[in-house]
Design a protein. Structure first.
Length: 726
């Protein structure tokens, strides 16, 4: 029964993960990489001279860059008989590298991927930090083996070196051929991907570093997010610039940005043998750039086909496309027209959520659902699985998600795709949900011609719109949401089937009834209260300071799975009290929610708990929470790498709770096993939902004769309880 519940929860979480992964297809261009001789991997780069295939302008997937003196990246590729050679030069005014080798990718670093060919599973990744950060000082690297487990031989190796200079660094890398089990020869094709990360620790980095790449595909798990490269005796022409055409409402602009080497180069835009705009590349934030607006349309609803030349070189050609406002208005009319849409105030739908691992023949069995929406932007979806509870919604201010384990705040629900589809007047407010829309191109998808419209400043893998050229209807949102089976209700066409493709399976909302303008109570859209939904989890907890914090939305809801579910917290509390443990250790404090449960328990037993958090921002937040709860005398909070801090703590423990980076669990077990008293416990969190990331740890605790291990699945995340035998 527990396994069935976990499977149901896993499938439903796939539904509720509105954020989709990047699935950009690789460009079909094959770049020639030249043979280079006499290269020594020492970080100087001097022996490269002018050799190598050069890429000197990189952006993030949305075309974003920082000023060149803040962050600028250039790299070269070459090859010899030993391996693929990479030379990288980075300007970075604020070097911030992660001290933990397992988390290099979270701060300033380089990520290099190489594969036998585009799409091949014979593929690996190396993440490199240069040592430019004074706290780190040496070049460090971490290899990630993406090869199938039965093909992970020989062991991956790489060679890298760096040179630090004022305001930046140089890194040289050798990626040996034996890693892929191949022998080089001219004409051989491989696959390559390069990413550089910049993290300055400011507010703009709250969601992680800026990631610029040779091309937009950044998803490291997708083997298609790579360029094809061919070993050669000569080099392809250098990649020096990027050309974009932006067709927004009533405006069309051609922009060229690139390496500072291009400053002064003329740029011309030609249509039907006539030059309709011209300019030259000038210095812009340390790079070359120019924007050329085209003349406003007067007697035509279409922007003409144009050819863009940089110097004497044709840089890009763009086909004729209609004006963006015409596409949006045509969609409104195709749906039913403005007058009909303006009459709608609410929408209520019933149907099923279906998930199948078989893409070709998906099962029609599913989970019953209800969906509610009310203008201007409120929405709610309720699923009725055989076990548990699942709701998700937006009340006009706050987005939230309720599962059997937790309530969490979801920041993106104000612009969720499902919320917009359900919105009775969504077609009239597209610019609110999809800001700063730009018509990019016309292309063929699934055998039909579609117009591709991208909102700016949002993730285009989630929010790009695809309008059918023949009917005007919206048929797709993002890379994986398809709108099908439009049916007319009250004069408005609504998609009765929404298909969501994901790696490993396919899901679908299928509606059987849609009603408009029925009464809907606003209270149903509001974020639930943990004290009401999980009342049993707080029974017996009477502390007047701590109890409100355990149920407080600001503490428990804001961070998703980073906090333990409240029922898991109560289990830990009871476990400590029942066993009368006196000295505890927690690895992974985060904001201190789990530690509040531990602190309450150890105060009751007369003991104390040491908690360790590697991130200073989270650690300081946790300390404020401990002071507010009045638990400073019970909780010893430390901000440091746990591998460095634990050896500084004298004595043994009778309780250890691990909730940190999952692959590190086995290292913590080895470090701490001999420091746990007989009868003491080592408890690890997330052993169910992250089991594949801690296989070595799980094997160790199951097979260690010195430990008696059981598993607790109060929540779908799971905990292992390993008691040290007396």
């Amino acid at each position: 029964m527990k396994y069935r519940m976990i499977l149901v929860l896993a499938l439903l979480m796939i539904l509720f993960l509105i954020i989709s992964t990047s699935t950009h297809a690789a460009d079909s261009t094959i770049f020639q990489i030249p043979r280079v001789q006499g290269i020594i991997i020492d970080g100087s780069g001097d022996d490269w001279a002018e050799y190598g295939f050069r890429v000197e302008f990189l952006t993030d997937p949305n075309g974003r860059v920082l000023p060149a003196d803040d962050f600028d990246v250039k790299f070269r590729l070459g090859w010899n008989q030993q391996g693929l050679l990479v030379l990288v030069a980075v300007l970075d005014n604020v070097p911030v590298e992660h001290e933990n080798l397992s988390r290099l990718w979270q701060r300033d670093c380089l990520e290099i991927f190489v594969a036998e060919k585009v799409g091949s599973a014979n593929r690996y990744q190396v993440v490199i930090s240069s040592g430019a950060d004074p706290k780190c000082k040496i070049v460090r690297s971490r290899l990630y083996d993406w090869r199938p487990e039965n093909q992970r031989h020989p062991k991956l190796i790489t060679q890298s070196a760096s040179r630090i200079f004022g305001g930046g660094y140089v890194v040289e890398v050798l990626l040996p051929w034996e890693n892929l089990g191949i022998k080089p020869n001219p004409g051989m094709e491989l696959a390559f991907q390069f990413v550089a990360n910049d993290y300055d620790g400011n507010a703009g980095d709250a969601n992680g570093p800026l990631r610029v790449a040779w091309f937009p595909g950044l998803g490291p798990t997708n083997p298609n997010n790579m360029y094809g490269v061919k070993l050669s005796d000569k080099s392809s022409e250098a990649v020096l610039f990027r050309v974009d055409r932006e067709i927004s409402l009533n405006r069309c602009v051609i922009s060229v940005r690139g390496s500072s080497d291009l400053i002064g180069e003329p740029v011309a835009v030609r249509s039907a043998e006539e030059i309709i705009a011209r300019g030259k590349l000038v210095l812009k934030e340390g790079r070359a750039g120019v924007q050329l607006p085209l003349a406003v349309l007067e007697d035509s609803d279409e922007w003409p086909q144009v050819e863009v030349a940089v110097g004497s070189r044709t840089a890009a050609t763009f086909e004729a496309l209609p004006a963006l406002d015409k596409i949006l208005e045509r969609y409104i009319q195709a749906v039913g027209g403005r007058a009909a849409l303006e009459k709608l105030k609410t929408r209520v739908c019933t149907g099923k959520w279906i998930y199948s691992f078989n893409r070709k023949n998906p099962s029609e069995e599913g989970t019953a659902l209800e969906a509610y929406a009310k203008i201007p932007d409120k929405w709610l979806v309720i699923l009725h699985p055989s076990e548990g509870r699942h709701r998700e919604g937006f009340d006009g201010n706050d987005g939230w998600r309720l599962s059997s384990d937790r309530i969490e705040r979801v920041e993106g629900h104000g612009r969720a795709r499902l919320g917009w589809i359900l919105n009775p007047q969504g077609a009239l407010h597209m610019q609110d949900y999809f800001p700063r829309m730009v018509l990019k191109k016309k292309e063929i998808q699934a055998g039909r011609s579609v117009f591709v419209v991208e909102p700016k400043d949002v993730d285009r893998t989630r929010y790009t719109l695809y309008f059918d050229n023949e009917t005007g209807m919206l048929v797709k949102i993002g890379n994986n949401w398809e709108l099908e089976e439009y049916c007319e209700v009250d004069g408005i066409k609504f998609p009765f089937r929404i298909v969501i493709s994901r790696r490993g399976g396919i899901g679908a909302f299928t509606f059987d009834k849609v009603k408009h303008n029925v009464p809907v109570d606003d209270a149903g859209f509001a974020m639930p209260d943990a004290g009401d939904v999980f009342a049993d989890a707080f029974q017996g907890i009477e502390d007047p300071k701590v109890l409100p914090m355990l149920m407080m939305k600001e503490l428990t809801y804001a961070h998703g799975e980073m906090n333990i579910p409240c029922r898991d917290g109560h289990f830990l509390y009871d476990f400590i009290v029942q066993n009368n443990y006196k000295r505890g250790l927690e690895i992974g404090t985060f904001n201190g929610y789990s530690t509040l449960w531990l602190g309450l328990a150890f105060r009751k037993t007369g003991g104390q708990v040491v908690t360790i958090e590697i991130d200073s921002v989270s650690g300081q937040e946790a300390r404020r929470n401990f002071r507010k709860a009045g638990l400073e005398d019970v909780i010893d909070s430390r901000i440091n790498d746990a591998f460095e801090e634990i050896p500084k703590i004298a004595g043994k423990f009778d309780f250890v709770f691990i909730d940190a980076l999952k692959p590190d669990y086995i290292k913590f077990l080895r470090l701490l096993k001999d420091r746990v008293l007989p009868g003491g416990a080592i408890i690890a969190h997330n052993v169910t939902n992250y089991a594949r990331d801690m296989r070595e740890f799980l094997d160790a605790i199951k097979n260690d004769p010195g430990l008696e291990t059981t598993f607790n699945e109060i929540s779908s995340e799971g905990m292992s309880i390993s008691i040290k035998r007396k």
